[in-house]
Ligand binder design. Sequence first.
Ligand SMILES: [Zn+2]
Length: 258
Amino acid sequence: MLGSRWFRLLRIALLLITLFVVSMNAWLSSARIQSWNRPVWVVLYPINADGRTDTQAYINALSVEHFEEIELFLQRESTRYKLALTPVAKVYLSTPLSATPPEVTSTEGVLGSIIWSLKMRWWSWRNDNWQGPEPDVRIYLRYFSPRVNQVLSHSLGLQKGMIGLVNGFASVDYIATNNFVIAHELMHTFGASDKYNLDTNEPVYPDGFADPQQQPLLPQTRAEVMGGRVKVSPGWLLMPRSLEDVVVGDKTAEEIGW
Ligand SMILES: [Zn+2]
């Protein structure tokens, strides 16, 4: 009787300690990033998600220059918010990973996503192949062949854990789109929230608009990074062509401490 009660108490204590350590870590890393007193180190890890040879050929040809746009975007936008830090971020490319991250299941609700995020952090810790200095943010790039007709599942950015999971097509035609998705998930890890309607993909007014004060309001020509789409006219949304057509809006800037 006494034994089983002790066991239960011990389990609860262990769980509380784990939760405490996890949340302290998250709090510390986001506080460190949000103070913006040194460049954020971002490491990208390419993964062949469909096991195809054309996907692998694309991954083998990747170099860090393909992601340069992300650094330029962060520099341009942070300068606009008078952040005096150059560079504001350094993006590195790790060697391809052969392990695949835990599957995301969207049907499991809040508990499911907490469990996934813990699994993801554990997986990330076990499979790190980066040889350089300890990254602040790790982004896993799951590449799929564009020759297979498919809709990619949602990409994710975890602020608690400083991890992003990006699904993208393995083709030079998608470099700009992939970089935009990477920038969006990166902003999540910095503490930014989504600014679009998750059911309709419509950017939310005013925070999800690049130019909310524009008269007339439509057509918008640029996207807000967390709004995700350029609203051209009612019912017509476009992906931005590249990060050149993307801005960090006031609300997002405030959330990430710019
Ligand atoms: Zn998002």
